[in-house]
Design a protein. Structure first.
Length: 129
C-alpha cells in the first residue's frame, strides 16, 4: 500500500508541476540572436494556452507563421516542448527545456519532427517580451 501511495505522490508532483511550467511558457518570447543570420531581425514566438504558437519575424518585411505545440514532462521529469507544423519546418521537433523562468526561455532541440536525433541540435534562447 505504501508503494502505491508513493507512486501516486510522484505522479501528482510530476503532473502538477507540468501545468505550472506550461503557464510560465505562455506569452511573447523574443529570440536572442545567436548568429549573424538573425542580426537586424526581431523574432518573437508567442505561445497561447490553446496550444497555438506564432512566430513573427520583423525585418525588411513582417512574416507570421503558425504552429502547434504541446508541453510535457518525460519519464525522468525533464521538461519537453514539441513544436509541429511551423511553416519554417527547420524549427519543428522535440525540444528539451534547459531553462524556463518568468524572463528567460532556453530550449535545445533533441529530435526532429520525424523522430531522428542525428543533426537535430538547435539551441534557442529567448527573453520575455
Amino acid at each position: 500500500m505504501r508503494k502505491y501511495i508513493s507512486l501516486l505522490f510522484i505522479l501528482f508532483v510530476a503532473f502538477g508541476c507540468e501545468k505550472k511550467q506550461e503557464q510560465r511558457l505562455l506569452g511573447e518570447w523574443e529570440m536572442i540572436p545567436l548568429s549573424e543570420a538573425y542580426v537586424g531581425k526581431e523574432i518573437v514566438w508567442t505561445f497561447y494556452d490553446s496550444g497555438v504558437l506564432t512566430q513573427t519575424i520583423s525585418g525588411d518585411s513582417i512574416t507570421v507563421d503558425t504552429a502547434g505545440y504541446s508541453f510535457s514532462v518525460n519519464f525522468v521529469g525533464k521538461e519537453e516542448l514539441i513544436i509541429t507544423d511551423l511553416d519554417v519546418l527547420i524549427y519543428d521537433g522535440k525540444y528539451s527545456i534547459s531553462e524556463l523562468s518568468e524572463s528567460i526561455l532556453i530550449i535545445n532541440r533533441i529530435a526532429k519532427s520525424n523522430g531522428i536525433t542525428g543533426g537535430a541540435f538547435m539551441w534557442r534562447e529567448f527573453q520575455a517580451k
